[in-house]
Ligand binder design. Sequence first.
Ligand SMILES: Nc1ncnc2c1ncn2[C@@H]1O[C@H](COP(=O)(O)OP(=O)(O)OP(=O)(O)O)[C@@H](O)[C@H]1O
Ligand SMILES: O=C(O)[C@H](O)COP(=O)(O)O
Length: 400
Amino acid sequence: MSKKTLANLSASDLSGKRAFVRVDFNVPVDDSGNITDDTRIRAALPTIKDLMQKGAKVILASHFGRPKGVDDKLRLTPVAKRLSELLGQEVVKTDDCIGEEVAAKVSALQNGQVLLLENVRFYKEEEKNDPDFAQKLAANADLYVNDAFGTAHRAHASTEGVTHYLSPSVAGYLIEKELQYLQSAIESPQRPLAAIIGGSKVSSKIGVIETLLEKCDKLIIGGGMIFTFYKARGLNVGKSLVEEDKLELAKSLEAKAKEKGVTFLLPTDVVVADKFAADANSQTVSIENIPDGWMGLDIGPDSVKLFQEALADCKSIVWNGPMGVFEFDKFAVGTEAIAHTLAEVSKQGATTIIGGGDSVAAVEKVGLAEQMSHISTGGGASLELLEGKVLPGIAALDEA
Ligand SMILES: Nc1ncnc2c1ncn2[C@@H]1O[C@H](COP(=O)(O)OP(=O)(O)OP(=O)(O)O)[C@@H](O)[C@H]1O
Ligand SMILES: O=C(O)[C@H](O)COP(=O)(O)O
């Protein structure tokens, strides 16, 4: 990575210094506000612990959800509690992210102590990347560390704006690791490189499919978007999800794959349902025989076999997006089978990278996360990185 990282800063650079650290603690919670998955908190620990050990005063900032103004349900209090448990040390929590209370609590911090600011999105200025707000965030700190990979695709005050007021501005260990895996996966992969792209719509994955067509040897498509490709081929898709305005695009993506010599695989059979529900009636049919009135919600067993065979000799695999409606157990089979396949090829030495969000949730659900080479903590951010886009939260950091 050409950016300066925390590894470049020694104890003498950090001891007694107030480090403003942007993390992504936007964690899933249940209806009672309990954290259901603390992966993102644990992923930030190497950076936080390193700063503590090097004697910095650690000021953590994060967003949580998408509040419109102050929202008591979106306070970071449960996160502070969980982080205190993980660090084995009390984390000081403020009720705001700027202002006098923050200034007072920061000035009372000892070297190695950790403070968590309140949700930065309680201020609309955060998402507007307002310079005055960024300056207020920066006012209590001496330097900036960005470790919020999941939010690095947002040019917000705490991810981009603050870098104009704090120096040095460096990447934390999580961002460093994410870039190392995701960038090298597509820039200098061990080949064959396969990409598996799923999810609901072609429209949200056009950019990544187009970029991957330039980079990978095999492109495997699953999820709701397959029906747009089938319809473009003239097949009947029943009540399945289709983006009518993307039929031409689907045709051109298939044609482009052919032109580039990329193996382009769509499922050969699907599991169809009579309604969009967990308890729907279902049957497995070949893609030529989707009945009227039924909708495809998962890939079928022949497709799983086809994909497994295609993945068997791959040395690098990137996966983004579920193969079916995995939230319903009945239609999670295809997604889970792909997770098992990736765990298998990982064991045989392939690099397997899971690109955020739903595919990560699926891999975790089947308990295979540990077996993958890299599980990204970013959904949108990992997708944008795979698309080859510049992430503003990273671009703004100091050059190495
Ligand atoms: N056949 C299908 N019909 C309708 N929806 C589907 C189908 N297959 C998958 N989905 C839905 O797609 C959603 C995920 O799609 P989306 O485009 O948001 O992917 P994503 O969240 O970007 O993926 P990731 O989070 O892994 O990056 C899931 O909620 C899943 O239920
Ligand atoms: O969960 C995420 O993808 C990140 O925390 C970014 O959240 P956002 O999409 O609300 O900006």
